[in-house]
Design a protein around this ligand. Structure first.
Ligand SMILES: CC(C)(COP(=O)(O)OP(=O)(O)OC[C@H]1O[C@@H](n2cnc3c(N)ncnc32)[C@H](O)[C@@H]1OP(=O)(O)O)[C@@H](O)C(=O)NCCC(=O)NCCS
Length: 309
């Protein structure tokens, strides 16, 4: 849905606060209760010279809003705090994306802002997906930070560095990966996004909280390929550090990938399961080129590693 993104005006405040109060009725989105949100506060923020306030307009209706507040202390003036809400009835139609694109463009052109920071409830999967898509990275987690009627919720701290690169940014991931072999061919998935987009990768991924490697590999196989396997046996551990370059305005970083590598057997399609989320291809490893595979897969293939023998 195409929206017009424009600066907020004082006349928008009543609409904005009504929409915020509606969202705040449900726990897990805002920290504020409906009664803690007021038109006066919205007006003050719109009028403030320490940031910017945008609204998204669709067919004459305010469909969402987003604002940046530059922190007042001298040592923190390079940071702007982000708040965003897409109003009920307009969510999940690309309006949050358009608001964030505008906010990021504005921050990049501003003189002072180097970093946009935000807090998001760990339960808010949609918001986290949007922030990650726009290049925000997790910088921390405040445990049991928000106390609601449905219990405590952790708060995730995320940030986007809008100027310069982050040479010291380091991300570590532990995952499980499966090698399914058929004669000389190995089953690869082709990544759609992330540091290894468009490259051949082994099916697999991160181990979720509480999962053992066995459960994680079955889940990842089903999600990515739409197939499951009968048995798995660990054949290797792997650890590699890759430099992921800056891309589409997202800063680069050092990526430390730790992989538990399993040989999987008895691959079979699943009935009543949706298609895998990634394209799969059986590839003869002898024909693979270095620039076509994720770096850690290439290192496995090159090494004296049992899985490709
Ligand atoms: C979070 C919010 C700002 C997102 O705005 P939006 O207009 O709905 O977002 P968009 O449609 O532009 O993008 C949402 C993305 O999340 C994805 N998504 C939606 N639901 C998801 C879910 N449950 N899990 C993972 N991803 C999800 C969508 O597929 C989309 O990604 P894509 O463009 O790659 O397909 C909006 O939903 C909102 O205001 N929610 C209530 C208030 C709130 O949570 N504010 C943020 C507080 S930190």
């Amino acid at each position: 849905m195409n929206a017009t993104i424009r600066k907020a005006e004082l006349r928008d405040a009543a609409n904005i606060v009504r929409a915020e109060q509606e969202i705040a009725l449900e726990p897990g989105f805002f920290c504020s209760q409906p009664s803690e949100l007021s038109e006066k506060n919205v007006k003050n923020t719109i009028e403030s010279s320490h940031g910017v306030y945008f609204v998204a307009e669709c067919n004459g209706c305010i469909a969402g809003h987003a604002f940046l507040e530059i922190l007042p202390l001298q040592s923190l003036k390079h940071i702007a705090q982000l708040n965003i809400a897409v109003h009920k009835g307009f969510q999940n139609r690309g309006i949050g994306t358009q608001l964030l694109e505008k906010i990021i463009e504005w921050a990049k052109e501003s003189e002072s802002i180097e970093k946009i920071e935000l807090n998001v409830r760990a339960s808010n999967a949609q918001a986290i997906a949007l922030y990650k898509k726009m290049g925000f990275l997790e910088e921390g987690c405040l445990k049991r930070h928000v106390k609601t009627e449905i219990g405590y919720i952790d708060d995730i701290l995320m940030a986007l560095h809008v100027k310069g690169s982050l040479p010291d940014r380091k991300i570590s991931r532990t995952g499980v990966y499966g090698v399914a072999k058929e004669k000389e061919k190995i089953l690869f998935v082709i990544q759609k996004s992330g540091p290894f987009a468009e490259l051949f990768d082994l099916p697999g991924g991160g181990i979720e909280f509480g999962e053992d490697p066995n459960q994680a590999l079955h889940r990842e196989f089903i999600e990515e390929t739409g197939m499951d396997f009968r048995s798995m046996i660990q054949i290797d551990n792997f650890s590699a550090v890759t430099r992921v370059p800056a891309l589409n305005g997202k800063p680069g970083y050092e990526f430390h990938q730790i992989g538990l590598i399993y040989s999987v057997d008895g691959l079979h399609d699943l009935e009543d399961i949706q298609k895998g989320s990634l394209k799969c291809e059986w590839v003869d490893v002898r024909a693979l080129k270095k620039n076509a595979v994720a770096p850690f897969v290439w290192a496995i293939i090159q090494g004296e590693n049992a899985c490709t023998k």
